[in-house]
Design a protein around this ligand. Structure first.
Ligand SMILES: [Zn+2]
Ligand SMILES: [Zn+2]
Length: 76
């Protein structure tokens, strides 16, 4: 594990640790070309572009639907 030198967090990969350290240093290298927002990670920027600019629906912000759990009662 790679430990952050600014806090006790540990990360498995250098990419994750660097993205985390960018957050400490307030460095956001991944800038959105379509709005003034910037991000610490490339994957976060990609999701932002998809959801904000390409009309893709964010899976976490869809209206909550109660899904009935079908219980199978196998009494053997
Ligand atoms: Zn840290
Ligand atoms: Zn944007």
């Amino acid at each position: 594990m790679l430990k952050c030198d600014l806090c006790p967090k540990e990360y498995a990969t250098k990419t994750d640790l660097e993205a985390h350290r960018n957050m400490h240093l307030n460095i956001r290298p991944f800038k959105c070309p379509k709005c003034p927002m910037a991000f610490t990670r490339a994957d976060v920027l990609r999701k932002h572009k998809l959801y904000k600019h390409e009309g893709v629906k964010c899976p976490s912000s869809r209206p909550r639907k109660k899904q009935k759990v079908v219980e199978t009662s196998d009494s053997e």
